[in-house]
Design a binder for this molecule. Structure first.
Ligand code: GRF
Length: 234
């Protein structure tokens, strides 16, 4: 991330397209309109669906203006298309180097002038070119209580470790693996007969509520990041 410190805000006006979505200070509830979300996905898209559904309520404070993916033919893209939301795909294999893919992903997002980017089951790490544009206003959701079990196999590793309680985390994205400042967490008890699939499904129920709640609070109340501490609202 270019600068780990920063402040997001609720929005004062609908913004046109620009290379970088810039946050504007809140001038009061009467001036606020709807924050623009770009959601990045790789799979089933149930977290995306929860955000789309929440955005159906005008009081939520956000709308999904585009959905991006790193692969084609996934249910998450079909969900976006069914909701009439523009989609784009930026495949790592189409670029000579990871930085080129990362920069192309940033450009594809910037076209939609997002106020906030949400990684909702996006199974790629983003790097410096992306975070130069969107650091400080990019959040991710993870199916474990970070800093325990970062990475792509969090549920499997939590089960293998024998934890009795796991959960989910919504965090700011930085250049590490699930290492950014934590916005919110929710616990999920592990049942004695859980396997990876049953536990992940239960975590995802908590995860959808946590993601929708956290993003909603961010766009309505603003947020600030000081080192590892994130504060939503003033
Ligand atoms: C979520 O548990 C997310 O944290 C993990 O993959 C799952 C994605 O679920 N990285 P979905 O695609 O939103 O249904």
């Amino acid at each position: 991330m270019t600068s780990p410190e920063g402040r997001g805000a609720a929005w004062t006006e609908e913004r046109g397209t620009s290379d970088e979505g810039r946050l504007r200070p809140d001038c009061g509830p009467e001036a606020r309109t709807t924050a623009r979300l770009v959601v990045l996905v790789s799979g089933e898209g149930t977290n995306l669906q929860a955000l789309i559904d929440a955005c159906g309520d005008a009081d939520y404070g956000a709308r999904v203006v585009a959905v991006g993916a790193d692969r084609d033919r996934i249910n998450a893209l079909a969900r976006a298309e069914r909701a009439g939301i523009p989609t784009f795909t930026v495949r790592l294999a189409d670029y000579p180097a990871r930085e080129d893919w990362d920069a192309a992903l940033a450009r594809a997002c910037a076209v939609h002038a997002p106020d906030l980017i949400v990684l909702a089951g996006f199974m790629k790490l983003v790097g410096k070119p992306f975070l130069d544009s969107f650091g400080g206003r990019c959040v991710n959701t993870h199916p474990a209580l970070l800093p325990s079990f970062p990475g792509a196999h969090a549920v499997r590793e939590a089960l293998a470790h024998g934890v009795k309680v796991t959960g989910c985390t919504v965090l700011m994205v930085d250049e590490g693996v699930d290492s950014g400042p934590i916005l919110a967490q929710a616990p999920v008890p592990v049942a004695a007969d859980d396997d990876e699939a049953t536990l992940h499904e239960r975590i995802k129920v908590a995860e959808r509520a946590l993601l929708v709640g956290t993003v909603g609070r961010m766009v309505r109340e603003g947020w600030s990041v000081q080192g590892r501490k994130v504060r939503i609202g003033s």
